[in-house]
Design a binder for this molecule. Structure first.
Ligand SMILES: [Zn+2]
Length: 480
């Protein structure tokens, strides 16, 4: 029974239902799970391993609910820098078609190393191309080595250009193969238990790259095995036009027709939705992975996050693929979510009536309590952090992550507050982490094991990885 004691953190943010923030806090961890959370004085003083985190802030591990790890190989390609989604995809499909199993392995480790250094402890990845013998197994093996929890979404594309789809025929697969491989992956890897490091999700790529029949069959298979369903939806106006022309429905209504509604479904983006569709997501329990940086990068639009939250829709955050971000920094994504929600309110004037949790604390000064006029109508740093923790856990259907409470996975990260980036912002350290420029974290722990220690990834040789990654990216993009 291995125990790890974390003590003396300047402040420990639990993200529990009482929104407890514990000064001089700590955790007792046993075999990968949290046994006790509280002030250091209330915890046992000895354990197999003890780490003093004086001067650090501790937060629950961040949950990234939408990514395409392989795209770290195709960041910032000049021809794609200024393209909208459909043109961006058409330039990238032929490059991605040249990837091999090694490329999948290397890019997974690069993305997960970046994520871990930004506080992420669980990531869902959506891999929907399997060229030259690549398999989801390559990604899962790479994730196991670095030690970050993964919700591997077995993506698919079956509707090539000749069938009226967007991708070239060379990158699509037969629906028979897709379903067979999906079943194989669930049987081989899916772990439904609390503390699972690998779970499988079925994830046809988007309405414009698979048939309605594959959507229906994927839903049927996922429900037989009790695994979740994920796809891109309502990302751009082009997609809306495509769906109206091809299926006679808006994207959300098309999802209803192919049985993609329910607690077990989450959509990436969901930018172009009307008020009835927002209500329908709430009624059926469909989740939304909000990807603010990608939506800005591709000029897709601004998702109605405050409207979703007001209606009771589960909302989480995703960095999205690295060819449209072009990074995997979860704290940066939390900041973007907060800022973009504020911009949208400025433009549309949407205002909610429920009071938000207070910033600051521990003082009677109105200034330090965050009670300035007008502040209450904007998304707060704590609300944005909640999307990336509790929101992520809810969208992925996991009750074992997202907060620091007894019985939950020992997944957290810590940041040393004494740094240039936060100088002058320590009146409210939680807000400092989001309002100030995003930093790399000092510690990331997943299931009680260190993935990042003293600011360095300890499970991989990062210098070697970067060298391999750059070589792979060069040969992929420059190959003729
Ligand atoms: Zn995506």
């Amino acid at each position: 029974m291995a125990t790890l004691l974390i003590k003396n953190a300047a402040i420990l943010i639990t993200m529990d239902d009482h929104r407890r923030e514990i000064p001089n806090g700590g955790l007792l961890i046993r075999d990968g799970f949290i046994e006790q959370v509280g002030p250091t004085a209330d915890l046992p003083q000895a354990a197999d391993e003890v780490l003093d985190l004086s001067g650090h802030l501790i937060l629950p591990g961040l949950v990234n609910t939408h990514h395409h790890f392989y795209q770290t190989l195709t960041r910032a390609i000049p021809a794609t820098q200024d393209a909208n989604l459909f043109n961006w995809l058409k330039i990238l499909y032929p490059i991605w078609a040249r990837m091999n199993p090694d490329d999948i392995y290397i890019s997974t480790q690069t993305a997960l190393a970046e994520l871990a250094l930004s506080g992420c402890t669980t990531a869902s990845d959506h891999l929907y191309l399997f060229p030259n013998g690549s398999r989801l197994d390559d990604e899962i093996a790479a994730a196991k080595e670095i030690g970050v929890r993964i919700q591997a979404a077995r993506g698919s594309m079956s509707l090539g250009e000749s069938q009226g789809g967007l991708p070239p025929d060379s990158v699509v697969d037969s629906e028979e193969n897709i379903l067979k491989d999906s079943q194989r992956l669930i049987q081989k890897y899916h772990d439904p238990k609390p503390g699972a490091f690998v779970q499988i999700v079925l994830a046809p790529c988007s309405p414009f790259s698979v048939s309605g029949e594959l959507m229906k069959q994927s839903a049927k298979l996922a429900r037989e095995y009790d695994v979740r369903l994920h796809t891109h939806l309502s990302e751009t106006q082009d997609e809306e036009v495509f769906c109206l022309q091809k299926f006679g429905h808006r994207p959300a209504a098309y999802m209803q027709e192919v049985d993609w509604v329910g607690q077990d479904v989450w959509f990436a983006h969901a930018v172009y939705v009307n008020p009835d569709e927002v209500k329908s997501f709430a009624k059926h329990g469909c989740g939304v992975a909000h990807c603010p940086t990608s939506n800005m990068r591709l000029a897709s639009g601004i998702a109605p996050i405050r409207e979703y939250l007001a209606a009771g829709v589960k909302v989480s955050l995703g960095v999205d693929g690295s060819a449209s971000n072009d990074g995997s920094h979860m704290l940066a994504e939390v900041r973007q979510a907060m800022l973009l929600a504020r911009l949208k309110e400025g433009i549309t004037g949407f205002s909610r009536s429920d009071p938000s949790p207070k910033g600051g604390g521990g003082t009677d000064s109105p200034l330090l309590k965050g009670e300035g006029a007008g502040v209450r109508s904007l998304m707060t740093a704590r609300e944005a952090l909640r999307l990336a923790t509790r929101g992520g856990a809810a969208v992925l259907g996991r009750t074992d992550i997202g907060s620091l409470e007894p019985g939950k996975c020992a997944d957290f990260f810590a940041i040393n507050l004494n740094r240039l980036d936060y100088a002058g912002a320590l009146h409210d350290p939680v807000a400092a982490v989001i309002f100030c420029q995003p930093v790399k974290v000092d510690y990331t722990v997943v299931g009680g094991k260190f993935v990042v220690k003293e600011g360095e990834v300890v499970t991989l040789d990062i210098d070697k990885l970067v060298e391999r990654h750059n070589r792979a990216a060069k040969s992929l993009v420059e190959e003729k």
